[in-house]
Design a protein around this ligand. Structure first.
Ligand code: NAP
Length: 246
């Protein structure tokens, strides 16, 4: 059975990707931030994954921390024998116009969204290289492609992820490891629920399909990218934004 690690998978897009990959037949590792609330949600998501007849394990780790990522990867290797898929999904926002954005607001978003991709990719590729097989999908954002007012930190982290995706594709392609990114637009999740109605209405006007995306619509593209159907696709960024006009 193939194994997939999904970071930040206790809720939102990550939980949805975990369920979709479980439906596709992957054993799934649901990484969650080390808090009681996240653990509870991760356990519920794992239960839903097991309904598809696969194994599902929850691992608490702050993916912005190098040593916690290393320990998680070691645990997965010991429990499952290998790692076929890594989805770098964990992410946060600390939105503020630059004039009000503190150094802490900047640093934490870069650590969670960007450094985590370095941490996880470094440890997981050492396992995938020996297997001579692997699929990595990084969850970027349209903010990384186009920028967004109030998101200097977030758009920097997501733009960096796109560069990291192309670099990973080039460094590991000869080992049969692919790496692609998805760049979601406005998707219904707890992350976007907190935005003001004014901003939501403004964003919707710029979307050709005139609706928000659903987490399942991100998960279906990730499902494709980790499947054999995408065996010759690497270093690409797939925008999933309903046709966002910038
Ligand atoms: P979400 O509901 O807030 O989910 C993000 C998950 O990541 C949460 O479970 C969160 O846990 C977890 N996380 C945060 N920091 C972590 C850490 N240090 N270690 C491990 N896990 C951590 O957001 P979402 O909308 O599903 O977002 C998922 C990904 O899609 C993110 O990378 C986001 O940037 C990207 N994205 C989302 C949208 C959108 O419209 N929703 C658009 C473009 C891109 P806590 O709840 O404890 O923080």
């Amino acid at each position: 059975m193939a194994t997939a690690i999904i970071t930040g998978a206790s809720q939102g897009i990550g939980a949805c990707i975990a369920k979709r990959l479980a439906k596709d037949g992957f054993d799934v590792i649901i990484n969650h931030y080390p808090s009681d609330g996240d653990k509870e949600k991760a356990l519920a998501a794992a239960e839903e994954c097991r309904a598809f007849g696969v194994k599902a394990e929850c691992i608490a780790a702050d993916v912005s921390k190098f040593d916690q990522c290393e320990a998680m990867v070691k645990q997965v290797k010991a429990d499952f024998g290998g790692i076929d898929v890594l989805v770098n999904n964990a992410g946060i926002t600390k939105d503020k116009l630059l004039a009000r954005m503190s150094e802490d607001d900047y640093d934490i978003v870069i650590a969670v969204n960007q450094k985590s991709v370095y941490n996880m990719t470094k440890h997981v590729t050492s396992v995938m290289m020996k297997q001579r097989h692997g699929r990595i999908v990084n969850v970027a954002s349209v903010a990384g492609l186009y920028g967004n007012p109030g998101q200097m930190n977030y758009s920097a982290s997501k733009a960096a992820i796109i560069g990291m995706t192309k670099t990973t594709a080039k460094e590991f392609g000869s080992r049969n490891i692919t790496c692609n990114a998805v760049a979601p637009g406005f998707i219904h999740t707890p992350m976007t629920d907190g935005l003001s109605d004014e901003l939501k209405a403004k964003m919707l006007n710029a979307v050709a399909l005139r609706r928000y995306g659903e987490p399942e619509e991100i998960a279906s593209v990730v499902s494709f990218l980790v499947s054999d159907n995408a065996s010759y696709v690497t270093g690409q960024v797939i925008e999933i934004s309903g046709g966002l006009e910038m």
